[in-house]
Every structure is written in C-alpha cells, then in structure tokens.
Write a protein that binds this ligand. Sequence first.
Ligand SMILES: [Zn+2]
Length: 206
Amino acid sequence: MFVDIHTHLDNQSVIKIVDEFSEEKILKTWGIHPWEVDVIANEVPRDLRSLGMTEAIGEVGLDKVHKETFEKQIDVFGEMIRLSETLKKPVIVHCVRAYSEIIEMRKKTQATMPWVIHGFNSSVETMRQLLRYDIYISLGEILYRNENQAVEILKNIPLDRLFLETDVSGRDISDVYAKAASLMGCEIGFLCKQIFENYGRLEATH
Ligand SMILES: [Zn+2]
C-alpha cells in the first residue's frame, strides 16, 4: 500500500492511496493555496458541513516567493488553521522560505491537529525545529534533485514523522518509495508499512 500524501488531480489537491493491485483511492483535500489568496480569499465556505467530505485542509501555507501577498497569506493561513481545528482535520502545508513563520503560526494558534509540510526542501536543522512542534515531513522531488541532503534528512528523521509524495512531478508513487528505500538502504515494504501507520494517525483525528 502506497500513501501519496500530496498530489494533484483535475486541479484539486488530493491524497492518493494505491494498493498492491494499483487500485487507487482518491481523498480530496480543500484549502486556499498561498498563490490564490488574492483571488479567492473570500470564498471560505460559510457552511462548514460542505467540507465534511474533505480529508484534510490543503494545500495551504506561506510562500515568500510571492512576497507581495505575504500579509494576506498569513491571514488566510490563520483562517485555514482555525478551520482544521474546528473540523478536526490535518493540514497539508505548502511552505517556501517561510519555515520560521510556519512555526510561529503553530505556536500562536496553539494548533493541535497534525500538519504535514509537503515537498520539504530544507536543512536537517530546520526539520528538527519543525519536529519539535509535532509536524510531519513529506519528501518528494528532493529525493531526486538533492540526494545528499535527502540522505541526511532520511538518516535523521524519526520514521513515524515521514511521508512521501509525487505532487506535480507526474512520477509514480511506487518509484518515489523505491527511491527513498534505496537512499535509506531498506526494503520498500518496510517504508510502506511505516508510512501507512503514519497515515492512520492522521486519519484518526476525525
Ligand atoms: Zn502541490
């Protein structure tokens, strides 16, 4: 069983679970992406029940490449965090050059739902800071683009905090697991079992 904690399908952010017969289970997530805060910031559904089918709030977060909207991103992310706490759903976090602000928001809001930083691409030190706040780390392209750093991260991450993803890469999730397993020197099956357990913990929030 492969859990792809963050990918996209028909313009929607989803979680995909693929079994050994390649059967896919698609779980939708909902959230206002930091690139969209100017366009749809007022579109938070009033009726929270309509979000009941959402598996997680995501992808949401902060992106400093889009500096001009950063203030607004903070407001919208705060709104998304409140939503996740109300609905008891985990959060899939998009973060570009804003890890310290993400941690600030976690502290400030006293959020208790699990957050997953998707497409993590930073240092072991930053990862350690995130881990202190019960945040999960999801790896994707870093496994291919920056092998040395990926190895360091895999060496240091507690396995109960790890996820893998394809995002917009178009890769097969089983390839991403194979790549991570080869960098770790472990069996793919071991990773599958561990990450499926991690996913069970996210699911158990609601
Ligand atoms: Zn994405």
